[in-house]
Design a protein around this ligand. Structure first.
Ligand SMILES: *Cc1c(COP(=O)(O)O)cnc(C)c1O
Length: 413
């Protein structure tokens, strides 16, 4: 359920007409609904009865206004860089609810995380553990550590967003992880606090999550036998959403399956949902610049692959809807952007609403990995982000200017 609905054939976000916003901010732009963000966060967070922290996956949608909304709902953050830590802190997320994942943390990033007093760092290699020990020793602190184990479970999703297979770069193979914990236990500036895993994104079945938790649980009992107790079990993110006709698990089904498998294990669960919270809480609004009939019909719009990379990168489907529904008629056409790449499309070979030059279109389900993956390719200023709240809206990120594009660039004398 989301708050992008038609009223008299005009698309609304909550109580605001999307075309009114377009008239004020211009196109293209990202549009998020506060009510949908809130509803999705609460549905997810409220589905768990076991002690837990919902750490929103910052990389999926990292605007500080969005992060602040989750902070106010009691959420934490899953971060993957120093930049994301900066955003999370600026947004008012408590350091004690921040977990840091990723295979390539630099020493500077590790130092920043330790100085900020975050909940834990999910370590992904032995060399990273050593770097952590060194930095922590330099600061005279103990680093709270969990290892990200790779359970070798097939999440049955797109190859680029599978992370929990033995062949993926993420985590430590679960069969080698005991050694890592033993090594960590001997280090003076490391405190072991948890175990973590994250097997992939856009999962539409519960079974891979349960399978991976099952393996992690067995591993936790092996840790206990070796005298290592943990307080946090981080199960990552990855719950999928409906882009087209997928039927992903409801948060309640996901939570129930995990809690059943967890049994009476004494620990706080850490959950890192991204897409499932924000994916259907955001759209990309774009205007038709031209239409043309070549070998096929092309609808050329003012948003491109630099604004929304998912179709080009993952061949991902995003439904295209008209902002004004003048007709029910559809046609098969490619909706393409202005970028000089054949891979620059938002929709390819699918039925889209019949549209004319000047029409506004909504690219649906664009809240996750939309703006956050956007770039300046082709020297295109990044688009604004707008947040609707009831009958009003706020520009939560301004449209970039041409001056922004070259800020920091220098011509040597
Ligand atoms: C990307 C990522 C997530 C979020 O994944 P979603 O599919 O958006 O829920 C969570 N944890 C880690 C470690 C990630 O890399």
């Amino acid at each position: 359920m989301n708050h992008f609905q038609y009223k008299n054939d005009v698309l609304y976000c909550e109580e605001v007409s999307v075309s009114d916003i377009a008239a004020q901010v211009g196109t293209p732009f990202y549009l998020y609904s506060s009510a949908t963000l809130t509803r999705h966060f609460q549905a997810f967070d409220g589905a768990f009865s076991h002690p837990h922290i919902t750490c929103f996956a910052t990389k999926s949608c990292s605007n500080i206004a969005v992060l602040n909304l989750f902070a106010k709902l009691g959420g934490g953050a899953d971060i993957v860089s120093g930049g994301e830590l900066f955003r999370a802190l600026k947004a008012g997320i408590e350091p004690g609810k921040i977990v840091y994942s990723g295979v390539g943390k630099t020493e500077d990033e590790i130092r920043y995380a330790l100085e900020s007093g975050i909940l834990m760092l999910n370590v992904e290699s032995h060399q990273e553990l050593e770097a952590l020990q060194n930095v922590a020793a330099g600061l005279g602190v103990k680093a709270p550590v969990s290892f990200r184990v790779n359970p070798d479970v097939d999440p049955k999703t797109h190859a680029y967003i599978s992370t929990g297979l033995a062949k993926n770069k993420f985590g430590i193979p679960i069969q080698d992880a005991l050694q890592s914990y033993m090594a960590a236990q001997k280090m003076d500036n490391i405190t072991i606090v948890g175990v973590s895993c994250h097997i992939g994104s856009q999962l539409i079945e519960v079974s891979p999550f349960v399978e991976s938790l099952h393996k992690v649980k067995i591993f936790v009992s092996r840790l206990q036998e070796s005298g290592i107790d943990i307080s946090y079990l981080d199960l990552g993110g990855g719950v999928g959403i409906c882009y087209n006709d997928e039927t992903p698990p409801l948060p309640s089904e996901y939570a129930q399956a995990l809690e059943e498998e967890l049994g009476d294990l004494q620990c706080t669960m850490v959950l890192e949902p991204g897409r499932v919270i924000v994916g259907n809480a955001g759209i990309l609004v774009t205007r038709v610049l031209y239409t043309k009939q070549g070998g096929k019909k092309f609808v050329i719009v003012d948003a491109g692959m630099n604004d929304l990379a998912r179709p080009s990168l993952y061949d991902a489907f995003h439904a295209i809807k008209p902002i004004r529904r003048n007709t029910e008629a559809v046609e098969v056409a490619d909706v393409v952007g202005p970028i000089c790449e054949t891979g620059d499309f938002l929709s390819r070979g699918k039925e889209v609403p019949l549209c004319e030059q000047g029409d506004l279109l909504a690219v649906m389900s664009a809240g996750a990995y939309g703006f956050s993956m956007s770039s300046n390719y082709n020297s295109r200023p990044r688009v604004p982000e707008v947040l609707v709240d009831g009958d009003g809206f706020h520009v939560i990120r301004k449209r970039e200017t041409y001056e922004n594009l070259i800020a920091g660039e220098v011509i040597p004398k």
